[in-house]
Design a protein around this ligand. Structure first.
Ligand code: G1P
Length: 298
């Protein structure tokens, strides 16, 4: 069965990126030429997904506006001889359907995903966190691979992972793998711990913002008690699946599909610089500019 539904949680307050996120969603911050969430949707489309439910919250209207056709803007571009810019709006017309629902209270990622139950029904679905881009300019095929593993019937959930430095394990869900995977390989997950300390972490394999689930995840989420930060954690629900005897599989991202986490300043700056330096139009000039800037300062 082909998976066509995706759920993109974008309800978080983005407090780690204040003041930029005071009155705009972090998912709308630009990375190079596009806002983060547009890369996420590009990646979903490239991997065959066609219906997207965005779980929003207060102050997230600009995300809906971004994916909507804007006739006033289109007319303005036509009337002012700026037709060339219309190609920048092509994404508005792609064969993607958008759905929106609001998470009323910030009860955690697990609670946000529960808002998708009616949308996905009994069909399997993808979860793509709206603040992470996979692969430079979202050129990632890992979701297709994850969906293939899922539809082959050998796993109840499939999750993307990346290796992070020891100092960063406390930001992520961390896996205990049955055997340590190489880049791009899949592995069976024995356990999953949300944001462990360095000492508690069973590995450095961090959940990388992409998941494939069956409707079983909802049952697990309904049983999940508040965990880290008093929130309903998706990681804890996956753990319940594993403890219930389900097979949960991880896929380690290949090296050319790095994950860009737009959740804190350091990784946001890195993502922006990386995308600007590799922009097809401006990349060369940006690289020359950076070389000059770095030379001046040494
Ligand atoms: C969430 C998940 C965490 C995961 C991370 C990045 O954390 O709870 O397990 O590793 O996304 O994919 P958050 O960034 O919402 O704190």
């Amino acid at each position: 069965m082909q998976i066509t539904n995706a759920v993109v949680p974008v309800a978080g307050m983005g407090t780690r990126l204040l003041p930029a996120t005071k009155s705009q969603p972090k998912e709308m911050l630009p990375v190079g030429k596009r806002p983060v969430v547009q890369y996420v949707v590009d990646e979903l489309r490239r991997n065959g997904l066609r219906q997207v439910l965005l779980i929003t919250g207060s102050g997230k209207h600009s995300i809906e506006n971004h994916f909507d056709v804007d006739p006033v803007l289109i007319r303005f571009l036509r009337e002012t001889n700026k037709e060339a810019l219309l190609k920048e709006l092509d994404f508005e017309r792609q064969d993607m359907r958008y759905f929106y629902t609001r998470q009323k209270m910030q009860l955690g990622l697990g609670d946000a995903i529960l808002h998708a139950a009616e949308f996905t029904g009994n069909k399997p679905f993808v979860v793509a966190l709206g603040d992470s881009i996979i692969g430079r300019h979202a050129q990632s095929r890992t979701l297709s691979k994850m969906m293939e593993i899922f539809t082959s019937g050998t796993a109840e959930a499939v999750i993307a992972f990346e290796e992070v430095p020891e100092e960063e394990v406390h930001h992520y869900g961390i896996a205990e793998p049955e055997t340590m995977p190489k880049d791009g390989e899949k592995f069976v997950i024995r356990d999953l711990i949300e944001k462990p300390s360095k000492d508690e972490a069973p590995s450095r394999l961090a959940v990388a913002a992409r998941y494939v689930f069956s409707q079983r995840i909802y049952e697990a989420l309904r049983e999940t008690k508040p965990g880290k930060g008093g929130e309903i954690q998706l990681t804890d629900a996956i753990r319940l699946l594993i403890r219930g005897g389900e097979r949960v599989v991880g896929v380690k991202l290949p090296p050319d599909e790095a994950r860009y986490d737009i959740g804190n300043h350091e990784s946001y700056f890195q993502a922006f610089i990386d995308f600007a330096l590799h922009d097809p139009e401006y990349g060369e000039r940006m690289r020359a500019f950076c070389r000059e800037l770095l030379n001046e300062n040494h």
